[in-house]
Ligand binder design. Structure first.
Ligand code: PLP
Length: 387
């Protein structure tokens, strides 16, 4: 079949390819430590599972409103209002199957050929993929290790043009674990407000923060009308397989995004939405426990990586990834990632899976047990010594 030309512009998420390669090695009898996939290794908290089972048994098995059931949109509006200190009306909320559809829909709704979109690089690979797919021009803003994986604001200002149609921010960030400071957010907001450029704020890791309070660009006066908040359940509640995410945006845009839902998914699964109400309204202890476990794992992996000759690793402030600089090991990111999978049996990602500015880095997800992390560190250290 002849594919549309736009399909040639669609990228992918390499993590899934590395996972497939690692699984193939396991099928041959090799033991592999998995540090490639970005999903919490915890089970979804029991109260959320119980709510879904109850929802299934009591008939929540049909279509719902395309933008989500009212009790869920109300609960999300309340949660976002509290965590970002802004008023949120439930009609500003569109519930979608996971965080990714918000990226897809916002780019479809706002951007076309000739438009430029500024996005973080290294960054979540779907940004660049979707910008290309909708025919817009990706404009990467380099994230810099010397700026704790924030960007240089002068670089940022230089990239903004009359054609800039959207700015994508991600804090806490995948793959770096970096967090944008309130000052960075204020400066980006100043530019966005002056030129009336919308901001897609990917805040999917908003609850996975170790030392500081969460800051959203939407909180800055004037920015609420220009911001689309993307958040969801995958990371905070260990619910990657449930496909539950949402966007919070001005009501008029929410109506267009709802139309995209009608045209694509009809709605998010009814029982997942019911579970989503329980996740927000029920006890939050499990979230705090997960973040505590991530903090211990983060400290273990950062110490271990900094003990490997040629590796330099910052202490990430959020999310569950480390992004060590490996230039001192004398191999490119991809060569080293391939070598570590083959030689050490450790599956991880080359920094370049997250864009060109990821060269010189690796990404390791520490959403796995301390025992696995300790084992991976031993294996990596031994293999790097044999380079
Ligand atoms: N945004 C970022 C920065 C992510 O890292 C991810 C998943 O890895 C997502 C969004 C998408 O999450 P979901 O699985 O809910 O679509």
């Amino acid at each position: 079949m002849k594919l549309s030309t736009r399909m040639s512009r669609l990228g992918t998420e390499t993590a899934f390819e590395v996972l497939a390669k690692a699984k193939a090695l396991e099928a041959q009898g090799r033991e592999i430590v998995h540090l490639e996939i970005g999903e919490p290794d915890f089970d979804t908290p029991a109260n959320i599972i119980d709510a879904a089972v109850e929802a299934l048994r009591s008939g929540h098995t049909h279509y719902t409103a395309a933008n989500g059931i009212p009790p869920l949109r109300e609960a999300i509006a309340e949660e976002v209002s509290q965590t970002r200190d802004i008023p949120v009306h439930p009609d500003q909320v569109v519930v979608v199957p996971g965080g990714k559809p918000i990226m897809f829909f916002i780019l479809l709704a706002l951007c076309e050929s000739g438009d430029e979109v500024i996005y973080p690089n290294p960054g979540f690979p779907i940004y660049e993929s979707m910008i290309n797919f909708v025919g817009a021009t990706p404009v990467p803003i380099p994230l810099l290790m010397e700026k704790e994986f924030s960007f240089d604001l002068d670089d940022f200002r230089r990239l903004v043009t009359d054609r800039t149609r959207l700015i994508i921010l991600n804090s806490p960030a995948n793959p770096t674990g970096g967090v944008l400071s309130p000052d960075d957010l204020a400066q980006v907001a100043e530019i966005a407000l002056a030129r009336q450029i919308p901001v897609l704020a990917d805040e999917i890791y908003s609850h996975i923060l170790y030392d500081e309070a969460f800051a959203s660009i939407a909180t800055i006066p004037g920015m609420q009308d220009l911001t689309i908040i993307l958040d969801g359940y995958s990371k905070t509640y260990a619910m990657t397989g449930w496909r539950m995410g949402y966007g919070v945006m001005p009501i008029e845009l929410a109506q267009h995004i709802t139309k995209l839902m009608v045209n694509s998914n009809s709605c998010t699964a009814a029982f997942s939405q019911m579970a989503g109400v329980e996740a927000l309204k029920g006890p939050q202890d499990a979230v705090a426990e997960m973040v505590d476990a991530f903090r211990r794992r983060r400290d273990l992996i950062v110490d271990g990586l900094n003990d490997i000759p040629g590796f330099r690793c910052l202490l990430p402030k959020g999310a569950f990834y480390v992004f060590p600089n490996i230039e001192g090991a004398g191999k490119t990111s991809q060569e080293l990632a391939d070598y570590l999978l083959e030689e050490a049996g450790v599956a991880l990602l080359a920094g370049t899976c997250f864009g060109a500015y990821g060269e010189g880095f690796l990404r390791l997800s520490y959403a796995t047990s301390e025992a696995n992390i300790a084992k991976a560190l031993d294996l990596i250290k031994g293999s790097v010594a044999r380079l």
